[in-house]
Design a protein around this ligand. Structure first.
Ligand code: CO
Length: 251
């Protein structure tokens, strides 16, 4: 997510809370169980060795509307390996380059239920947080705030959301995190969790709000179609196959 123009003035917020783990047992994998009946369980298990293939993390780029992965409802992550740890590191780096405070896996063309957040929007500052398989509950209150998104640079609009929220998620070590959030963190976590369900903040604008961003969104649509026509972006069938392969590996 990017933050409201008027909030942290020059900052674009893309959004989150828990320390990023750079050393997470490379050489082993974690199994992360998805929530069952609202109850989270996690366990670690050694399930093979890391791949030497670094190409996935290195190849990642932020994708823009209307890339189809932005509309993909991601499945829970069941396995964390060394490559996924590198993917998370790369996501933070891409987020900082774009001056963001939050970035969801869908936004780097990955069908995985995870996102990263650092409200400071700068490497070496603030706190890096990773949310894997987040589930939101106990919404309280309402608040309107201007939002932006790294997948729609330059587009902003007021979105009404619950003011407070409780999130259950896992970190890269498979440890469960449960916390109540408010303020900007609540806003970012809700925005990023929407991405994991294939939802963009523009879906939540009022009819007037949607009308006011329509022209800019159409420019992104024309650009995307042109890039698919020239082969710069793969055709939808190739994008679908790639997502299916990644789901087989991690979900
Ligand atoms: Co966004």
């Amino acid at each position: 997510m990017t933050i409201p123009l008027g909030f942290w003035s020059r900052f674009r917020l893309y959004f989150l809370f828990e320390t990023f783990v750079t050393e997470t047992g490379l050489g082993e994998s974690l199994h992360i169980c998805s929530p069952i009946d609202g109850v989270y369980k996690s366990r670690f298990s050694r399930v093979g060795t890391i791949t030497e293939d670094h190409s996935l993390a290195e190849s990642l780029q932020i994708v823009h509307h209307p890339h189809p992965t932005l509309r993909h409802k991601s499945k829970p992550v069941q396995r964390v390996d060394g490559e996924l740890v590198r993917v998370v590191r790369r996501m933070f780096d891409l987020m900082y380059e774009a001056k963001g405070i939050g970035l969801a896996a869908n936004q780097v063309d990955l069908p995985l239920r995870l996102f990263v957040v650092n409200l400071a929007a700068q490497k070496g500052e603030g706190e890096e947080m990773v949310f894997i398989n987040p589930v939101l509950s106990k919404p309280k209150g309402h608040e309107k705030m201007e939002e932006g998104c790294l997948s729609l640079p330059g587009v902003y609009g007021d979105v009404e959301r619950p003011k407070q929220i409780t999130v259950h998620s896992f970190n890269l070590r498979g440890e469960e995190i449960k916390t109540e959030l408010d303020g900007m963190m609540s806003r970012v976590v809700q925005h990023e969790t929407d991405h994991l369900d294939g939802r963009m903040f523009t879906d939540r604008l009022t009819e007037t709000g949607k009308l006011s961003v329509r022209g800019l969104m159409e420019e992104f649509e024309v650009d995307f179609e042109s890039k698919q026509n020239t082969g710069e972006i793969p055709v939808d069938s190739a994008l679908n196959s790639r997502r299916a392969e990644l789901e087989t590996r991690y979900c």
